[in-house]
Design a protein around this ligand. Structure first.
Ligand code: IPM
Ligand code: MN
Length: 390
């Protein structure tokens, strides 16, 4: 690895430069090569736990409004999964549901996580199982500061915070390998394994380069890893990154260690266009991404197997303390609905949701925080729907 990363490596390494253009900051693009002639879609809906059902309702409202305007119809098939279903009769994610979801045009998920269930059960057996079983190997998480939204980063403007994290979503630390030895004794050993396959790493990195090309903004991909310590997994990521980059001479490349990248996301987020990284680092850095774009109330994401299946979800959790109060911010779910339409190749309909989100954020909402928006959850959804139809 020493030959690849210079000694005394400061954590930022420009490997190749490309013209950094400043095109319209939308983060939207059609990367999915879908049949654009379709008009009717079957969507699997998993409202889930806590405030999940409330935000999902507003996401579906936005989808329906965009559908009415653009002559698209949706058949929403609901699945009762999550903490309540588990506590009621032990249901987690039945194989029959996985089978049905495979046949859907897309899946829309609210939140999974329940205070009455031990951490790890619902996450592993519902959310992560969906990602793994459907092989949704990309977790696409845009970080966009919309006009009118406060960021905790002093002096940063919307044009400074507009990038996308491509998180590997099917392996790494999340593969779940490992075990205990001499558990519960003073000699206990706990091993947690990270699985990185050449195929898994390559398809993720290739997607990131293709995304940067189609996004056509900074035309730049930054690899985020930890080559100075993770001398096996990050070495593979680094080599594959260099190999794949050869197929994209029009795209600039950079490398940052994950710890340094966390710092640069705060200090100079304007340097990023597309960041590609493994599953655990991607999980962590996208929480920083969420907060610098205004919080979990606005952070949307998509779990995608290009051309095969995809599941869109707000990246925040189930916010149990706000359940049923009509106070939670539904914008992340509405943004996820926008991403779902992009995935379906309905760019005009998606753009209408995007513009409506921008309008509500810049004209109407007092704050992005639950209970402080100046509107209820459903009123925010109504505003978005009205602007979509206008
Ligand atoms: C996320 C979440 C999940 C993850 C949890 C709930 C398992 O934090 O989607 O970022 O770690 O991927
Ligand atoms: Mn997370």
């Amino acid at each position: 690895m020493g030959s690849l990363v210079p000694a005394g490596h400061p954590g930022v390494c420009g490997m190749k430069s490309a013209a950094r253009s400043r095109a319209a900051p939308t983060g939207r693009l059609d990367l999915y090569e879908r049949n654009d002639m379709s008009k009717h879609y079957t969507i699997g809906v998993i409202p889930g736990d806590g405030t999940g059902p409330e935000v999902v309702a507003e996401g579906l409202k936005a989808l329906e409004a965009a559908g009415r305007k653009h002559d698209l119809t949706f058949d929403f098939k609901r699945y009762d999964l999550g903490g309540e279903a588990y506590l009621r009769d032990g249901t987690l994610l039945p194989d029959s549901v996985i089978h049905e979801l495979r046949g859907m045009d897309a899946i829309f998920l609210g939140a999974i996580g329940h205070p009455g269930v031990k951490p790890g059960i619902l996450e592993r057996e519902v959310l992560l199982k969906l990602r793994f079983e459907l092989d949704l190997y990309i977790n696409l998480r845009p970080v966009v500061l919309h006009p009118g939204v406060d960021t905790p980063l002093m002096g940063k403007q919307p044009e400074d915070i507009d990038f996308v994290v491509v998180r590997e979503n099917s392996e790494g630390m999340y593969a779940g390998g490992g075990g205990f030895f001499k558990k519960g004794t003073a000699d206990e050993v706990a091993i947690q394994e990270s699985v990185n396959t050449r195929k898994g790493v390559e398809r993720c990195i290739r997607y990131a380069f293709e995304y940067a090309r189609k996004r056509n903004k900074g035309k730049h991909v930054t690899l985020c890893a930890k080559t100075n310590v993770l001398i096996f997994e990050s070495d593979l990521w680094f080599r594959v990154f260099q190999d794949v980059a050869k197929d994209f001479p029009d795209i600039g490349t950079g490398y940052q260690h994950v710890d340094a990248l966390c710092m640069w996301m705060i200090k100079n987020p304007e340097q990023f266009d597309v960041i590609v990284t493994g599953n655990l680092f991607g999980d962590i850095i996208t929480d920083i991404g969420a907060i610098i774009q205004g919080g979990l109330g606005i952070a949307a994401g998509g779990n995608i197997h290009p051309g095969q299946s995809a599941m869109f979800e707000p990246i925040g959790g189930s916010a149990p303390k706000y359940t049923g109060q009509n106070k939670i911010n539904p914008m992340a779910a509405i943004g996820s609905a926008q991403m779902l339409l992009e995935y379906l190749g309905k760019d005009k309909a998606a753009a209408d949701i995007f513009q409506a989100i921008r309008k509500v954020l810049s004209q109407d909402l007092k704050s992005l925080e639950a209970g402080r928006m100046g509107y209820t959850t459903s009123e925010v959804g109504d505003l978005v729907a009205r602007y979509i139809m206008a």
